[in-house]
Design a protein around this ligand. Structure first.
Ligand SMILES: Cc1ncc(COP(=O)(O)O)c(C=O)c1O
Length: 373
């Protein structure tokens, strides 16, 4: 019997994959976490031109091309009202690697990481991989995370807490006051706030705020990516932004597990970040329209759904047996418990798919709801 590390044994394959595999080939897929738009032409062209010019055949600097990191710094200054020296940005293989770096560099074996429950599946898994212990914290009725609940969960063993806004799987957007409070908590308790901002651009009501803009110390690590904002999930380009001290520790991990982010993707990302942002506006308008269609439909079916103000997910409260009944009707949705114990009684529905598919799926959900009520 081979021996495996207890860190890896503590992690299982994502429940989302199991749902995909159980569905029929022609199923309507409302389980998917990626926009259904193409990557903007100017981003694709930048990568193609770099490939043809032969400039991407070798490693880049470990942190990534300086010009890309400058573009990221300018983006944070423009959109997020904080300044980061490009030297303190590491470009990564998507937001996923960025989260891994943040936790690996800050969590000692046995230390606790406070995570939202329900929350994005990687937080729990990456905490285990770093040898830490996840401390799931329940959400408010509107599915936002309460800073007071985070503060109550802090112990002397807490290394970090993760904030995700707009959130997967809930679509909830934290208020400016909450983000200010998260920054204060991280500062005062000397724990790291890992702020996952990969859905930052996809906000319908209100604005996105980063806790980094409010922190008085270097207690916040920002994780971001081009994946969702520019429909670039396949390119694998994200980043971390933090203080010099923290970046230097995260670089030690990045250097050995990744060396550098994919060079063609770096060119595409730079073009996406510095090019016209109207492509993002068009995607966000489409998501907002779809959200409204979905929310109206769910309300007609009689399912209570906290209004998602961002990302492209909704999380209705559903009766027992609902997810299976919907899957039986060839619509893929993800059971809430895939995102944590407190997700049970909910389902995650992604609306990163066309309106006609959403309308057809709603009819089948109506039928499934009648069957299980
Ligand atoms: C909240 C959240 N953070 C991070 C990621 C990882 O994104 P990437 O595809 O850039 O690795 C995802 C992907 O679904 C996500 O939903």
């Amino acid at each position: 019997m081979p021996q495996f590390s207890s860190r890896v044994e503590a992690v299982s394959i994502s429940g989302i994959r199991e749902v995909f595999e159980s569905a029929g080939e022609d199923a309507i897929n409302l389980g998917i976490g990626q926009p259904d738009f193409p990557t903007p032409d100017h981003a694709r062209d930048a990568a193609t031109n770099a490939i043809e010019a032969g400039t991407v055949d070798g490693y880049t600097s470990n942190k990534g091309n300086r010009s890309l990191r400058e573009a990221i710094g300018e983006k944070h200054e423009r959109d997020n009202k904080f300044t980061v020296d490009p030297a303190n940005v590491i470009t990564t293989a998507g937001g996923s690697e960025a989260l891994h770096l943040a936790l690996e560099a800050h969590v000692e074996p046995g230390q606790e990481v406070i995570i939202p429950d329900p929350g994005f599946v990687s937080y729990e898994a990456l905490t285990h991989i770093a040898g830490g212990t996840p401390t799931p914290v329940g959400l408010r009725d509107d599915l936002t995370m309460d800073p007071a609940a985070v503060e109550r969960a802090i112990t002397e063993d807490t290394a970090a807490f993760v904030v995700c806004s707009p959130a997967n799987p809930t679509g909830a957007v934290q208020s400016k006051g909450d983000m200010r409070a998260f920054a204060r908590i991280a500062d005062e308790h000397d724990v790291v706030c890992v702020s996952d901002e990969v859905y930052e651009q996809i906000v319908f009501d209100g604005d996105h705020h980063s806790p980094m803009a409010f922190a008085d110390t270097d207690s916040v690590v920002v994780v971001n990516a081009c994946s969702k904002a520019y429909s670039m999930t396949g390119w694998r380009l994200g980043w971390v932004a933090a203080s010099h001290e923290r970046t230097e520790r995260m670089l030690r991990v990045h250097q050995y597990i990744q060396a550098c982010a994919s060079a063609p993707a770096q060119y595409a990302a730079e073009a996406a970040l510095t090019g016209p942002q109207s492509v993002v506006d068009r995607m966000v308008s489409a998501f907002e329209e779809r959200r409204d269609v979905l929310l109206d439909g769910l309300s007609d079916i009689g399912l209570e759904t906290p209004t998602p103000h961002g990302a492209f997910y909704a999380m209705p409260r559903v009766p027992d047996g609902w997810v299976d009944a919907v899957l039986d009707r060839d619509v893929i949705v993800v059971p809430g418990e895939a995102f944590g114990d407190r997700g049970s009684g909910h389902a995650r529905i992604s609306y990163a798919t066309g309106t006609e598919s959403i309308k057809e799926a709603l009819e089948r959900m109506d039928d499934a709801t009648t069957a299980v009520r």
